[in-house]
Design a protein around this ligand. Structure first.
Ligand code: HEM
Length: 467
């Protein structure tokens, strides 16, 4: 009897020792040199809950601000079960962006995008970028996309004005999805188009989370919504190919491209799906935030009204159709200043996300390979670079090159090897949306609130009254 008791006592002691050792190792990770300061929080959970606290969208998260004060510009932590380096140092962020290629994301996001994804896979990444540039680069936008966005924005705005109310985020999302769907699949059967749009409503808003995938969890719902969307896209493609019908420009290019001869429908669908997700999860939120910032600033409102009424009057005078041209877009100088300023002030998330693929020295510290890197564009809030940085002031962009999407003081779209490929598309879409909105009288509901939990959150919606 005593022997059995002793046996179990030894087993339990061993487990406790092993557990304590594991917790010690978790809290004190080893590197080849001195690690950046910081704390790893609780085992597995790390400091995720503090990091994910809801905060004012035009302020850096309190978590980052406090750590910055305590540890300086670069510190370590643990989020979503992974080891993370957070940096607010612009030099380090740009260096990492230039020299590291693997996207840094929690496992939940890897599940969402898929392991064979052209953008995630190091070998196919370059090819995916060059393909995307054919669809979303300025040449393609200028020649083809502008008419579609113009038509969709005009139609949705008219519909909103008829009803007297329009939700900015929802409308922007419809425009993005309809615009991309047409480019990808050409004319779709109404049933498939409806199903594809419907899938987004099943898509959980907060996909940046832990990776547990079992019924009831957010990741489970994400994966289900993803599989449903992929099925709709794939079925449409297979049907169209079988019946000899023309696909949209995206798929025609992908399948006609000599480098992609071997690309399967599965991989092509995954690639298209990535573009859909990235477009739909970013632009509508930023656009809603921009409209809120405009509506809170009467002087900005007034200047935008002047610019857009000018464009409309000019077209009437020249007896031109109401359709927007590339020249009209380029003439929207103040609008582009507003967009740049909005992207600056709402960049309160890391815009350089990578897995460190080789050890790197930062001052006395060694940043180890294998860790996730999150680079915040803290420079956007540096008073030496931007006077009164928390003020929404589009005039600060006066006389600057408005087409720049990245510089040493401006990184809303990231930098280096994974600089956002949708940047030009975003800016065009935002400008056209603003133009059509200013063809009407509108006001945003006063209770609209801009928050962030990694992703932009508008808990009270983004309705505007429009007539
Ligand atoms: C306001 C809207 C948007 C913002 C703020 C934004 C921001 C970003 C950022 C910061 C990155 C780079 C991450 C890094 O360097 O680690 C990125 C990458 C990317 N974005 Fe965007 N994005 C937006 C809209 C879009 C849209 C509309 C699309 C496509 C239609 C898109 C497609 C992509 C893709 C494919 C990548 C990955 C590029 C690569 O890995 O080479 N984005 N985006």
């Amino acid at each position: 009897m005593v022997e059995v008791y002793e046996f179990w006592a030894v087993i339990v002691s061993l487990i406790v020792v092993k557990l304590c050792h594991w917790i010690y190792q978790w809290k004190n990770p080893k590197g080849n040199g001195k690690l950046p300061p910081g704390s790893m929080g609780y085992p597995i959970i790390g400091e995720t809950f503090e990091f994910m606290k809801l905060h004012d969208a035009i302020q850096l998260p309190t978590f980052v601000k406090e750590k910055l004060l305590r540890h300086g510009p670069v510190f370590r932590t643990s989020l979503f079960g992974g080891k993370v380096i957070i940096s607010t140092d612009i030099g380090l962020n740009m260096e990492i962006a230039k020299t590291n290629h693997i996207p840094g994301m929690p496992k939940s996001l890897e599940r969402l995008f898929g392991a064979t994804n052209l953008f995630v896979n190091k070998d196919t990444h370059k090819h995916a970028r060059s393909l995307t540039n054919q669809f979303l680069g300025s040449q393609a936008l200028k020649l083809r996309m502008i008419q579609d966005i113009d038509f969709l924005a005009r139609t949705h705005m008219k519909e909103g004005a008829r009803k007297g109310c329009l939700d900015v985020k929802e409308t922007a999302s419809k425009i993005v999805i309809e615009c991309l769907s047409k480019k990808v699949m050409g004319e779709m059967e109404p049933e498939a188009a409806k199903e594809l749009t419907l899938c987004w409503t099943f898509f959980p808003r907060d996909w940046f989370r832990f990776a547990w995938n079992f019924p009831g969890t957010g990741v489970y719902r994400i994966v289900k919504a993803r599989n449903r969307m992929m099925k709709v896209i794939k079925e449409t493609v297979v049907k169209k190919r079988a019946s000899g019908k023309k696909l949209g420009e995206f798929f025609e290019t992908i399948f006609g491209d000599t480098e992609s001869v071997t690309m399967s429908i599965e991989i092509a669908t995954e690639y298209i799906f990535t573009l859909f997700v990235l477009a739909n999860e970013t632009t509508p939120g930023v656009l809603a935030a921009t409209i809120k910032l405009i509506s809170d600033n009467p002087k900005v409102m007034q200047e935008l009204r002047r610019e857009h009424e000018g464009i409309v009057q000019d077209k009437i005078k020249k007896d031109e159709t109401a359709d927007l041209t590339w020249e009209d877009y380029k003439s929207m100088t103040f609008t582009q200043m507003v967009i740049n300023e909005s992207l600056r002030i709402t960049s309160t998330v890391p815009t350089v996300l990578r897995i460190i693929d080789h050890e790197i020295q930062f001052g006395d510290y060694t940043i180890p390979a294998g860790w996730i890197f999150m680079g915040y564009p803290y420079v956007h809030f540096n008073p030496e670079k931007y006077d009164d940085p928390l003020a929404f002031n589009p005039w600060r962009w006066k006389g600057k090159d408005l087409s720049t999407i990245v510089s040493k003081t401006y990184l809303p779209f990231g930098s280096g090897t994974r600089l956002c490929v949708g940047a030009e598309f975003v800016k065009l879409q935002m400008a056209i949306f603003i133009h059509h909105l200013f063809r009407y009288r509108w006001s945003m509901k006063a209770e609209t609130t801009l928050l962030r939990r990694f992703i932009l959150v508008l808990p009270r919606g983004s309705d505007v009254q429009i007539s």
